[in-house]
Structures are given as structure tokens and as C-alpha cells.
Design a protein around this ligand. Structure first.
Ligand SMILES: *Cc1c(COP(=O)(O)O)cnc(C)c1O
Length: 434
């Protein structure tokens, strides 16, 4: 399978190139040339299949031409070493819990898959040259990528994060791992970290010295595997006899997650419609209303993983729907919530149902509460565990969110980081010494 660029000015790429490069030469996002529909026999028996079996079938449609089937099966099974259950919150609203992975957020799925795929390509080339992944993080991406790549042979990860600007819970998830993960504490802000990484990719001497790659969320190997759990959610709802008139609601920031759902729909996933739930950063919501896409500077909210003013994957959605505003509106509607509404939703949902939402999932839950029509059943994605945002959530509910043991385990580890300045020369000489 070949991959083309959404900007249309770059040559077609192999899967390997698309994964290693991340972004096309014309700065566009890679799209698979074909989206293969899955046979009706698959959907007939999907409710009796395991998550791994379902995911393998979906993965095979995208990656089967490029990866031997037993290798692909191994990558899929290894990636999905945890469950993604659908649990009832109200009679009509269900939560797809994506927080049972190592870092308690949905990004684990894509990061783990990409790590294993890159590991496979590296082994296949058999050149024994270490691949170095550089990733800048404001918190969550660093932990998903670091844990996703932890212990994967032939790969070393450098996580750059702004000193004193990530929460202690986030920091311990990428500074305590050791092994093939190095945390670099940058004396600066997130933008400085990002600039250091960008400069490194453009520096000829450095690229000559070592093999560099990024693990950005727009990478096809992080983005496409997210479609797996939409099929599994459908299977679980079908098992409950609730798969007719299914609405899926996705708390969205950079729109990678919902975009993978739309790929799923194109493959035949029988979901009636989707809702993209935004916080106060609502450019997509405005686009649905007006047909005009006007990127904004992002504003800070309590659902901070969705604080995106110019979602990268909008380009993929446009491409998928042939630039038709009407076609997009047929499949997706929008919702947008201010912090005060998110807080009320977390409090009311807990009081009325006993279910503890996180600030991101709260946007999804509320959009279903307000947006379901007669006869529809909704599933929202609970994209992170509430304990990841413990201080925020505790103050809203005037209580204590329990910290799951695997999160507590990170907090017991010993922090190890390398301090660097925000000058590129320092970062470069550090890498050249490796
Ligand atoms: C990244 C993230 C989102 C947003 O997902 P996108 O794919 O960027 O739309 C939502 N919730 C949480 C907890 C996240 O970490």
C-alpha cells in the first residue's frame, strides 16, 4: 500500500517511509491510497471475536500488504495487552474506557503500535543502526511515547520537556523509566522543546551522525491503529443488543482520534453518526456551522489535551470527504463546552450515576446527554483516567479520585533527567556525544 500527501505535491511513499518520515516532503499528512471495506461476514460475527482478533482484521486491511501476517499479528497482540471495555453510565450512554493502558490514556494504543512497527522495520533492514526518536512534550505525549517504546530493541527515545511546566504525575511517567528512554529537562517552555527537535531534524551534521525520527501524533502508525477500538466498541454494543442507531462521541483536540473513527466508518463500521466534542477551543465546531475554517490561537482549559487551535488532522478529514462541507456535516456534528460546563458535568454525572469522568470524557458525555435523539444509543470515549488530572478533578468533586496502582508505581520510581538549556548548540553537542 502506498501513502499520498494531503498537500498533493509529494511523491507516493511506502509504509516504511511514511512511518520513518512522519510528514510528507510538502508538509502534508500521509493518507493510505486505499481504504478497504471489510466484508459483511466480519460484522456478522464481530460480537464473538476478541479485541485482538478484531484489531488484526482491521490492521490487515491497512498493513497486510507490507508486513508478514505473523509479524503483524504479533505487533497487534503485543500492542493491545490491556482491555478497552464499554461500561454503562446511564441507560442510553456508555463509556468506552481507553485508560487501561500503561499511561492511562488512549494515546497508548497508537504509541505502542508505532514503536513495534518501527522496531520491525529496523530489524528488517538489519543494519544494526540505532534509531533515535526525538519527542517534545507538554506532558501527555511524552509519557505515551516513552512507555510505548520502552524496551523496544534498536530504538532510543529522547523526551524533551519544559522544566517545571508539567505536572508531577506526568513527569514521573517518562523520567523514571530508564532503559532506552532518556528524559531531557529543558530550561524553557514547550515551544523551546519543539524548536530544539525541529532544528535537530534539519541539522545535516547531526543526521549524518545518527538516525533520527519523530513519533508525532500525525504519524500514520500512531493514527490508523486508533480505529481498532471503534470496531471493538461496536462489537461490545452489538453483544448487548444495542448496536442499532449507534452514535459515537469523541472528545477532540487535534482530531486524530475521531479521524481514525471516520476511516472505520469508511471500512463499513455501522455507526450512524459521530459527534466531535470540543472544549472552548472550537474551530471545528465553527467550521461545521459556517463552512469556514479559521484557525485560532489555543486557549487554556481544564481539558488541556484538547487545547488545540489549529487541528492538524482537519486536513485528513477534508481529504477523506473530498472537501465537501455537506458530506462532513452528514457524518459529524459538533459540541463545545466552557470549563464551567465541564465542571458541572463532572459533578452532576458523579452525583447522579456514580461514574467518575475526567475533563475530556466529560465533554463527550455531555454532548451525548444533549445530542441524542429518540431511539439512539451513545458511546463516548473516556480518553484518560480522571487520576491523571487529579488536582483539577478533586477540587471539582470536593473529594479524592483514587490513584490506580500502576500510576502510583510510576510515582515511586526515581526521577532521572538530563538538564539542558534551550540553546540548540547544547542539545546538539549532547546528541553528538552519543
Ligand atoms: C490527545 C487527547 C485528546 C484529543 O485527541 P485528538 O486525537 O488530538 O483529537 C483527548 N483526550 C485526551 C485525554 C488526550 O490525551
Amino acid at each position: 500500500m502506498k501513502y499520498y500527501s494531503t498537500n498533493g505535491k509529494a511523491p507516493l511513499a511506502t509504509l516504511e517511509k511514511a512511518v520513518v518520515k512522519g510528514l510528507a516532503e510538502d508538509k502534508g499528512l500521509y493518507m493510505p491510497e486505499r481504504i478497504k471495506p471489510l466484508p459483511s461476514s466480519f460484522f456478522d460475527r464481530i460480537q464473538d471475536m476478541t479485541f485482538q482478533e478484531i484489531a488484526y482484521t482491521v490492521a490487515d486491511a491497512f498493513f497486510g500488504e507490507d508486513i508478514p501476517s505473523d509479524t503483524l499479528r504479533e505487533i497487534v497482540c503485543d500492542t493491545l495487552s490491556f482491555d478497552v471495555p464499554v461500561v454503562p453510565v446511564t441507560e442510553k450512554i456508555y463509556s468506552l474506557e481507553l485508560f487501561h493502558g500503561p499511561t492511562l490514556a488512549f494515546k497508548d494504543v497508537g504509541a505502542r503500535f508505532m514503536a513495534r512497527l518501527l522496531g520491525y522495520f529496523n530489524k528488517k533492514e538489519n543494519n544494526n543502526r540505532l534509531v533515535n526518536v526525538l519527542v517534545a512534550t507538554s506532558g501527555d505525549t511524552g509519557s505515551a511515547v516513552a512507555n510505548g517504546f520502552l524496551g523496544v530493541q534498536g530504538i532510543h527515545v529522547y523526551v524533551l520537556y519544559p522544566k517545571g511546566k508539567v505536572s508531577p504525575i506526568q513527569e514521573c511517567q517518562f523520567t523514571t523509566l530508564g532503559q532506552n528512554i532518556t528524559a531531557l529537562e529543558v530550561d524553557g517552555v514547550f515551544d523551546d522543546c519543539q524548536a530544539l527537535v525541529k532544528n535537530a531534524f534539519m541539522d545535516e551534521e547531526l543526521n549524518h551522525h545518527m538516525k533520527l525520527t519523530s513519533a508525532n501524533s500525525i504519524n500514520v502508525a500512531r493514527f490508523l491503529p486508533q480505529s481498532f477500538y471503534y470496531f471493538y466498541a461496536y462489537a461490545q454494543m452489538k453483544k448487548r443488543g444495542l448496536a442499532e442507531n449507534l452514535v459515537m462521541c469523541v472528545p477532540s483536540g487535534n482530531f486524530g482520534n475521531i479521524c481514525s473513527a471516520l476511516f472505520g466508518k469508511r471500512m463499513g463500521l455501522p455507526v450512524k453518526r459521530f459527534i466531535a466534542a470540543n472544549n472552548a477551543n472550537n474551530v471545528f465546531y465553527q467550521y461545521l456551522k459556517t463552512g469556514k475554517y479559521q484557525p485560532q490561537a489555543s486557549v487554556q482549559t481544564i481539558a488541556n489535551a484538547m487545547d488545540v487551535g489549529n487541528p492538524s488532522n482537519f486536513a485528513r478529514i477534508l481529504d477523506l470527504y473530498g472537501n465537501s462541507h455537506e458530506a462532513i456535516c452528514n457524518d459529524i456534528s459538533g459540541a463545545t463546552y466552557q470549563d464551567s460546563q465541564i465542571e458541572d458535568t463532572i459533578r452532576e454525572c458523579l452525583n447522579q450515576t456514580g461514574y467518575q469522568l475526567d475533563p475530556h470524557g466529560a465533554c463527550g458525555f455531555r454532548a451525548l446527554q444533549e445530542g441524542l435523539s429518540e431511539g439512539e444509543v451513545g458511546v463516548f470515549l473516556e480518553t484518560a483516567h480522571p487520576a491523571k488530572f487529579k488536582d483539577t478533578v478533586d477540587s471539582i468533586i470536593d473529594g479524592e479520585v483514587e490513584i490506580p496502582s500502576r500510576l502510583a508505581a510510576f510515582m515511586k520510581g526515581k526521577k532521572q533527567s538530563v538538564q539542558i538549556s534551550r540553546e540548540f548548540a547544547d542539545f546538539k553537542s549532547f546528541l553528538l556525544s552519543k
